[in-house]
Design a protein around this ligand. Structure first.
Ligand code: HEM
Length: 226
């Protein structure tokens, strides 16, 4: 089968591909939160960040396409794997039990498909609102757009603010299991370093989700007052 459809169609290949694309998305989120924290430096700094990014169109568009491809592969492969696993186990267990001490089974790990699909819906709404040229924008006199105002106005909507906060909890849960899972799927296995890397992955997952939640709460209150 591997020779006909390629190594990424085997179950090991699928796991590697999911691990690799998941890890790339995690790296994107690290960059994304770093960029978004500039919002606390004020409107000028944040708009300069956005303008610098968006004026390098020749670089930005290929990176966006690559990111889109990574998202599509990650979602397609995970959904296919989930459906294949369901088919392989048609009778549902009468009672769900934890797998005991050495197992990494957790709430986050057993809800990956739900958290992942939630994030797909979040992404469609989010990118529609913020991608340059798609949402409600406020052009600046000296070029570029007032992304600071756009962010505050978007998140001053209480429904959207709550949706964002819930979605960030979902991001945290997805990354909590996803980062360690991707590290292991990529074959990282060391008696001392693996546990440390897994703990670091979980810590960074909480920090990323926490930082986004702080931004959403701050933007809601700042946007609602202005
Ligand atoms: C409070 C939470 C978040 C805020 C305030 C926020 C804000 C923004 C802003 C201002 C942009 C447009 C400028 C830029 O690219 O930096 C953007 C784009 C984007 N965000 Fe977020 N973001 C949040 C969470 C997330 C999460 C959790 C994900 C992924 C799961 C995500 C994925 C994206 C993507 C894919 C784009 C489009 C990039 C492009 O246009 O090329 N964001 N976000």
């Amino acid at each position: 089968m591997a020779s006909r459809t390629g190594v990424f169609s085997t179950s090991v290949g699928t796991k590697i591909l999911i691990g690799l694309t998941g890890f790339l998305l995690f790296l994107y989120l690290l960059i994304h939160i770093a960029g978004n924290l500039i919002v606390f430096a004020g409107a000028d700094a944040f708009n300069l960040y956005a303008h610098t990014l968006e004026s390098k169109t020749f670089l930005l568009r290929p990176i966006e396409l690559a990111l889109l491809a990574v998202f599509v592969i990650h979602i397609y492969k995970t959904v296919r794997m989930f459906l294949a696993n369901q088919e392989a186990r048609p009778v549902k267990y009468a009672m769900k039990k934890g797998a005991g001490a050495p197992s990494r089974k957790s709430f986050a790990s057993t809800t990956m498909i739900v958290s992942g699909l939630w994030l797909l819906v979040f992404l469609l709404i989010h990118v529609r609102a913020f991608h340059d040229g798609w949402g409600q924008e406020y052009p600046l006199a000296n070029g570029g757009r007032d992304l600071y105002r756009q962010e505050l106005e978007t998140l001053s909507n209480p429904f959207l603010a709550v949706f964002y906060m819930l979605s960030m909890v979902v991001v945290g849960s997805h990354l909590w299991h996803g980062v360690s899972s991707s590290v292991q799927s990529l074959g990282f296995d060391h008696p001392v370093w693996t546990p440390r890397v897994l703990t670091a992955g979980k810590t960074i997952a909480v920090l990323i989700a926490g930082a986004f939640i702080v931004i959403a709460i701050w933007a809601y209150f700042t946007g609602a007052r202005s």
